[in-house]
Design a protein around this ligand. Structure first.
Ligand code: SF4
Ligand code: SF4
Length: 413
């Protein structure tokens, strides 16, 4: 028997069978083996809280807010409870700090978000770097001087095989614009017309994590207004959290046209269907499954197919994948716990002979770069960066064959 999806979230909490299956892979429980750090325990707390039997307290907030929203519990729950929605629902009942409330308003306008990251860029070296250096704060890339979305608009190809839009997402737009540049190059090389929308706002995921439900709703409406009427075959995202939010969570927040949902595509799924360009790589690589991609969007095969298509050897730990410990806002607010979970994940995924670690999420990349700080022997790549490099290598190889052929008639200068 599974819980009825029409049941309210409050009613769903009563359908927990208390089986404990959600404990096995829960990263917060792994860090602190305490019932209140599991999905089962959190559901019980939320049930008591929403029923008026448990007042707000620091301890209660700690237990609810230390969930990473990795979705491991949803994937293992035999009652198919919508645990993430229940957790978001519970967070709505907790107070949110004044500063978060104020800053959240900036996300509603792309211009103000640009300004916020511009200030972060200026203060990064002066204030953040020293604290980052002594490992008080996590490593964050310096925000880009010019965010990706402000660099581009439309790449027209009169003979295009299709037309796609990019949902860039904040971490790629401001912190890793090079991932979006590589994705743009790949799509153009494959013959697509690519649209970059200037009015895109944050997908809303960090605000749901913080319990700022109304901000997330507002952001959802703005993005749907911007993207739903576009004449594109797909809206592609290289951030699994953005993809999950747009595809799975928006319909739980606001009215969403069905053709909007259908066109949201994770970059791995999209590229695995169409990538026929020559790719070239050799040597062993490791791949880390981002939680939102594997647990919530069930994208497991596609990144592996893409990596193997390059000719590289994918070395995997046969045990179940682990959460990297980043968890969006969690990784900043609970840094010590985040690092510990991340270090265990790193040991799980990375064998000593592997020099390249591939993942498909900017958040996981940031987390691994933080854990590997000071080590020059391992490179962390988003899968889009990896594929772009493999395409370059294949092009180089083709060029060198050409030169060899050209030179075969006589000595080369
Ligand atoms: S989402 Fe992850 S961290 Fe949160 S309760 Fe479920 S398994 Fe634990
Ligand atoms: S796996 Fe699901 S049903 Fe079992 S204890 Fe956890 S939340 Fe309850």
């Amino acid at each position: 028997m599974t819980a009825n999806p029409n049941l309210s979230l409050d009613e769903q909490t009563k359908h927990c069978a208390r089986c404990g299956a959600c404990k096995a892979q829960c990263p917060s429980y792994g860090f602190e083996p305490h019932e209140a750090m599991t999905a089962r325990g959190r559901l019980a707390l939320i049930r008591l809280m929403t029923g008026g039997h448990l007042p707000d307290s620091r301890k209660l907030r700690y237990h609810i807010n230390t969930c990473l929203h990795c979705g491991q519990c949803d994937a293992s729950c035999p009652m198919r409870l919508d645990i993430q929605e229940i957790l978001f629902h519970g967070k709505k009942g907790l107070p949110v700090g004044f500063l978060f409330r104020k800053l959240s308003r900036l996300a509603l306008s792309p211009t103000r978000a640009d300004l916020l990251f511009g200030v972060a860029r200026v203060t990064h070296g002066l204030m953040y770097r020293p604290l980052e250096y002594v490992r008080k704060y996590r490593h964050i890339p310096v925000p880009a001087r010019r965010p990706f979305r402000n660099r581009h608009k439309l790449f027209r190809d009169t003979d295009a095989r299709g037309r796609v839009a990019l949902f860039v997402g904040c971490s790629i737009n401001y912190l890793y614009p090079e991932i979006a540049e590589d994705l743009l190059d790949i799509l153009l090389m494959l013959g697509y017309e690519v649209v970059v929308r200037q009015g895109e706002v944050c997908c809303g995921a960090p605000f749901r994590e913080l319990g700022l439900h109304e901000v997330a709703e507002d952001l959802a409406k703005r993005n749907i207004d911007l993207f739903a009427k576009m004449h594109v075959d797909a809206i592609i995202s290289a951030c699994p959290t953005c993809t999950l939010t747009l595809k799975v969570q928006y319909p739980k927040l606001v009215q969403v046209p069905s053709d909007f949902i259908e066109r949201i595509s994770d970059v791995n799924e999209f590229l695995a269907r169409i990538l026929d360009a020559p790719l070239l790589d050799t040597g062993p690589v490791a791949y880390h499954d981002p939680c939102h991609l594997i647990n919530a969007l069930s994208v497991r095969r596609e990144p592996r197919d893409l990596i193997r298509a390059t000719g590289a050897t994918l070395l995997e730990n046969p045990a179940e994948p682990r959460c990297c410990g980043f968890g969006g806002t969690f990784g900043f607010l609970h840094y010590e716990m985040s690092r510990k979970i991340g270090s265990e994940c790193m040991d799980h995924v990375l064998r000593p002979d592997i020099r390249r670690l591939i993942t498909a999420c900017p958040g996981c990349k940031m987390q691994f770069e933080d854990i590997l700080r000071g080590r020059q022997d391992v490179q962390v790549l988003h899968i889009v960066q990896y594929l772009r490099q493999a395409m370059d290598r294949a092009a180089l190889r083709e060029d060198s064959v050409l030169i060899e052929n050209e030179g075969s008639g006589g000595p080369a200068d």
